[in-house]
Design a binder for this molecule. Structure first.
Ligand SMILES: Cc1ncc(COP(=O)(O)O)c(C=O)c1O
Ligand SMILES: N[C@@H](CCOP(=O)(O)O)C(=O)O
Length: 464
């Protein structure tokens, strides 16, 4: 399997190369050059497999010969062995046709663990026997940061620098990052929002000298391996609800468009999906783009769903590329236009292609609260606010199919909002330990490329 950049000008790479590179050198994102497909029989054959076995089957075509036979399964067994539920991503029934897919049973209580536990092992595997070091640069609105730090803390040959917007993540999210005191972990609170942090990270990758000198790599969903691992749970859930013989819909709380793009990949691979509901909070750039064709940036509003307070959704570029005849030069022009003016228009092919699979819904705070209350009072489930956004969209969607809402975080990560909605305060699971008693380590830095790159350069190990 070869990987191509959405902007058409970077060299094609194999899976190992794309995983270590993160972002393509032309500023684009890597995608497989063709979509592998699973036959209906192969999909049906996933039904009796464990999560790790399903993962190895679904991901094998993407990995190709970057790993030896049997290695992928062994890595999946190690990664998913750290989850606290035997099913890894269990399904819970809410009512007749509404389901929750619980993605928060990993070490840091959010769906990011599903991909990042594996990515940490892939980095280690690909560095073993080489003299390469990696400097991981990431931006987080709360959950990617802790999951990535957990996945690489203490690993040989890796330094991680994680930017989060100061004061805009929950206390649990912040502490899950800042209380990890391993010497290879560097937490940076920036005086700005998530989009600014993500922009600085991309600028560091696009600085060829800096990127080469420190051998930058990514843990955000700009890294293809992140998305690949997230494709698995669409298959895992669908076959347990009757797939591939009936099509299932998924409602996905959306920010950076990574999780829902993984659903698009599952559909491309042959999984019958009735609809992917893109559920946003009031930071609704994607919902507007899908409804009107105008992808136009607005100021970020702070909400009780901080992980979705995003206006520049990195992975939307992957969708536009895939629906736009995979014309890298056209996407580069479209994206440069957006980067310059903050707005762009989708082509007819992109709009029509998106409408065939995606529906979108913007959910405000009141409707999110009603959904959280309904889950608690009527279905006995305490859900986090991000899940509440997607459940609200799922409950008002007019679809003739079972709808699976992706439950992306544990409710205890957002205790205040959950308590306001349901009247009960969820307890932190024992596996996160004494989070509120631990020492924190974090530096605050101005939200500029110069300030952050100086900070990193002073601490990272340059290539030997
Ligand atoms: C809890 C939670 N839900 C939803 C999202 C949005 O997912 P994505 O950025 O893949 O669209 C995030 C952040 O990524 C998150 O942390
Ligand atoms: N909501 C995310 C933002 C980064 O998204 P990613 O999926 O691209 O890593 C977070 O929790 O950090």
């Amino acid at each position: 399997m070869r990987y191509v950049s959405t902007r058409g000008a970077a060299p094609t790479l194999d899976f190992r190369g794309a995983t270590l590179a993160g972002l393509a050198s032309d500023g684009g994102l890597y995608l497989p050059d063709t979509w592998p497909t699973l036959s209906r029989a192969a999909i049906a054959g996933l039904a009796g497999l464990s999560y790790a076995e399903t993962a190895a089957r679904v991901m094998a075509p993407f990995v190709g010969d970057s790993l030896a036979e049997g290695e992928l399964l062994a890595l999946c067994e190690t990664a998913y062995g750290r989850f606290s539920h035997a099913a890894v991503t269990p399904l819970v029934q809410l009512d007749h046709d509404q389901w929750l897919l619980e993605l928060f049973h990993g070490p840091t209580l959010a769906f990011k663990d599903v991909a990042l536990q594996l990515l940490g092992l892939l980095f280690e595997r690909f560095l073993t026997g080489t003299d390469q070091r990696l400097t991981i640069i990431g931006a987080t609105s709360g959950d990617t940061g802790s999951a990535a730090i957990d996945a690489v803390a203490g690993r040989e040959g890796i330094d991680i620098f994680m930017l989060h917007p100061e004061g805009r993540v929950s206390d649990v999210q912040r502490r899950q990052m800042t209380t990890v005191l391993s010497p290879n972990v560097h937490n940076i609170a920036i005086r700005g929002d998530f989009d600014t942090a993500q922009g600085i990270v991309k600028a560091m990758f696009n600085d060829a000298d800096f990127s080469t000198r420190f051998q930058l790599s990514a843990v955000n969903s700009i890294n293809w391996a992140r998305l690949m691992a997230q494709v698995v749970y669409y298959f895992y859930a669908a076959v347990r609800l009757g797939g591939p013989d009936r099509a299932i819909a998924f409602s996905v709380p959306t920010g950076n468009f990574g999780d829902v793009f993984a659903g698009h990949v599952a559909a491309r691979m042959g999984l019958p999906i009735a609809k992917l509901i893109v559920a946003t909070n009031v930071n609704d750039i994607i919902a507007r783009a899908l409804a009107t064709g105008d992808y136009a940036r607005r100021a970020v509003e702070q909400t009780p769903t901080p992980s979705m307070d995003i206006q520049v959704s990195s992975n939307f570029e992957r969708l536009l590329f895939d629906l736009g005849a995979r014309d890298g030069h056209a996407i580069a022009a479209q994206m440069h236009g957006f980067e310059g003016s903050g707005a762009m228009r989708l082509t007819n092919a992109q709009r029509e292609g998106a409408a065939a699979l995606f529906a979108s819904d913007r959910v405000d705070r009141d409707d999110m609260t009603i959904a959280m209350r309904w889950a608690h009072d009527q279905a006995g489930q305490v859900i986090d606010p991000h899940t509440g956004i997607a459940l609200a969209a799922a409950r008002r969607a007019d679809l003739d199919a079972p709808i699976v809402t992706l439950a992306t975080a544990h409710s205890a990560k957002f205790g205040d909002t959950v308590e306001r909605a349901t009247g009960m305060r969820p307890a932190l699971p024992r596996r996160v330990g004494d989070l509120f008693d631990r020492e924190e380590r974090c530096d605050t830095v101005d939200a500029t490329f110069a300030a952050v790159s100086d900070y990193v350069a002073a601490r990272a190990s340059p290539r030997g």
